[in-house]
Design a protein around this ligand. Structure first.
Ligand SMILES: Cc1cc2nc3c(=O)[nH]c(=O)nc-3n(C[C@H](O)[C@H](O)[C@H](O)COP(=O)(O)OP(=O)(O)OC[C@H]3O[C@@H](n4cnc5c(N)ncnc54)[C@H](O)[C@@H]3O)c2cc1C
Length: 504
């Protein structure tokens, strides 16, 4: 590229809206900006779109009465969804964003359908990280205590109709919609810094095949570069909970977009908030118990597994999943994810000794659990009676540090069993405007997805990252595309490369 931006020696491109990063948030922003009449260029440093979004499970947290819910006889509404998420994403969920997210959820579901994404009208009716079926709906802890008392329990985990991880399908359809709308994708293009003139963000400096290129944005720049779980220095500074644990990402969550925006005065918010997944299988945990190194339970095991993961992260020592033979038999191979017990013992006392727990500790826990189960309940944590049963020997203990599908059945040196990603990021308004340290919007700068802080307080529920990334990505794209007062819209050709205007 040899064309230059006026007044500059650099090669350059001029467009209305520049989106940085082509994951779910970037795709949603680009599509809506384009549909609002702007010319749009997306910069993506990888050789193709996708990011973590394409590698994800594809679970979308949607509700309020979607067609999938209604077809299966579930009566939901926006207030009910809000009541659940305010508690489950809390304490301190962002209620302003959450209110919009819940009110707009049915329309957002229909937006996904309009991209050509199908959801089967069937329910997977058991706790799971990822059902081994193509069912279009799953529970994400809505029917577990205390959430079943805070809101009418209805399932809201929407799954694209594909077996296993469905993020690829979401991104495939989103990328196709962007291409047919005339969004231009500049792959192999790494954004380096933001261009600011007279207090307004007017473009992005990038590097493309060894060349410096400036992308000028007449209307706005939207930062959708993902989180910072792969940046150890940023974790050490802001989110030490994840230090030393695995990362749930495509390997590129280095926080570059957050840093770029901070360099021009952007504020960040809730940087310590993280999602954490523990490799403790929900199907087994709910049929048995999750205990800490002192042999104590600390949560009802039928909650959304991310919530017991979060709790386990702060428990002393390694945690164990303790089950009996019946639990292992009940969970079929497809749901076992290659899990093999590390210890098997005829009596709970033997198992307790194998696990180096204080004498009598696990035995007391199992005795109390069994006493409750014999009475049909779980007085301590109120696990749903469906999953509460008297446990009888032989017993087994599963070590989450080994991970799923690990043929060696041994924990790798230093493995903790935890992996996660970050939920904090740039401080934005509900329309994606990035705020500065004084709380004022930085003109021309927008953000969405994990580069920003979304609906989350302290908690996380599966599907809310792809969910709020696309929901607020769409809003940011529309806001960035808005014409400044008095600005004259330019004309450009609808399709493909022609919408990328090189300045002579
Ligand atoms: C295995 C796995 C399973 C998951 N399952 C789920 C799930 O089921 N439901 C759910 O809601 N969430 C899930 N998540 C989390 C979710 O996928 C992410 O939080 C979400 O996709 C983030 O979206 P994003 O658009 O903000 O970032 P991304 O999708 O990561 O996109 C960011 C893009 O920006 C690009 N980029 C970064 N820096 C630059 C730069 N300087 N210049 C140019 N480009 C840049 C990156 O290459 C990337 O393509 C999962 C994640 C993983 C890894």
């Amino acid at each position: 590229m040899s064309d230059s931006v006026p007044g500059s020696a650099e090669a350059g491109v001029v467009t209305d809206v520049v989106v940085v990063g082509f994951g779910c948030a970037g795709g949603a922003a680009a599509l809506e900006a384009r549909r609002a009449g702007a010319s749009v260029v997306v910069l993506e440093r990888a050789s193709g779109a996708g990011g973590s979004s394409a590698q994800s499970g594809g679970e979308l947290y949607l509700g309020g009465g979607t067609d999938v819910q209604r077809s299966l006889g579930f009566d939901d509404d926006a207030d009910n969804m809000f009541a659940f998420l305010r508690a489950a994403l809390g304490p301190h969920a962002d209620e302003e964003k959450l209110r919009l997210y819940c009110d707009g959820s049915v329309e957002h579901f229909e937006w996904f359908c309009s991209l050509g994404i199908d959801f089967e009208r069937s329910l997977y009716d058991a706790p799971s990280w990822m059902p081994p079926t193509t069912d279009g709906l799953m529970w994400l802890g809505e029917n577990a205590w205390p959430y079943d008392e805070l809101a009418r329990p209805v399932p809201r985990g929407h799954r694209p109709a594909t077996g296993g991880f469905g993020g690829w399908l979401l991104m495939d359809r989103l990328v196709a919609a962007c291409a047919s709308a005339g969004v231009v994708a500049e792959t192999d293009t790494r954004a380096l810094s933001l261009v600011v003139e007279a207090g307004r963000v007017v473009g992005v400096r990038a590097r493309r095949f060894g060349e410096d290129v400036t992308y000028r944005a007449r209307r706005g720049v939207v930062v959708t570069t993902g989180g910072f779980a792969d940046n150890a220095a940023m974790l050490a500074a802001h989110a030490p909970d994840l230090l030393g644990h695995g990362v749930v990402s495509d390997g590129g969550d280095d926080g570059s977009g957050i840093l770029m925006a901070q360099a021009v005065g952007a504020a960040v918010r809730r940087m310590a908030v993280v999602e954490v997944a523990y490799t403790a299988l929900p199907a087994l945990a709910c049929r048995g118990m999750l205990v800490n190194a002192r042999g104590e339970r600390f949560i009802n095991e039928d909650v959304y597994p991310g919530l017991y993961s979060h709790a386990a992260l702060h428990e002393p020592g390694p945690c164990w999943v303790v089950v009996d033979a019946q639990a292992l038999e009940e969970v079929g191979d497809a749901e076992l994810w290659g899990t093999v017990p590390s210890y098997v013992a005829e009596t709970i006392e033997e198992l307790e000794a194998d696990l180096a727990m204080p004498a009598g500790s696990l035995a007391r826990t199992v005795a109390a659990y069994n006493a409750g189960a014999a009475d049909g309940g779980d007085p301590l944590f109120r696990k749903n009676p469906r999953w509460t049963r008297v446990l009888t020997g032989p017993f087994a203990a599963i070590d989450p540090r080994i991970g799923f599908h690990n043929p060696t059945h041994r924990a790798a040196p230093g493995a903790t069993g935890f992996a996660g990603f970050t939920l904090g990021g740039l401080h934005t308004t509900v329309d994606g405007s990035v705020l500065d340290l004084a709380g004022a919007a930085i003109p021309g700068l927008y953000a969405a997805g994990r580069a920003s802080s979304g609906i989350h307080g302290h908690g996380y529920i599966s599907g809310t990252s792809l969910g709020d990334g696309t929901f607020f990505g769409r809003r940011a794209g529309r806001a960035a595309a808005e014409l400044e007062q008095g600005e004259v819209s330019h004309e450009f050709v609808e399709q493909g490369e022609a919408s990328r205007e090189f300045v002579e």
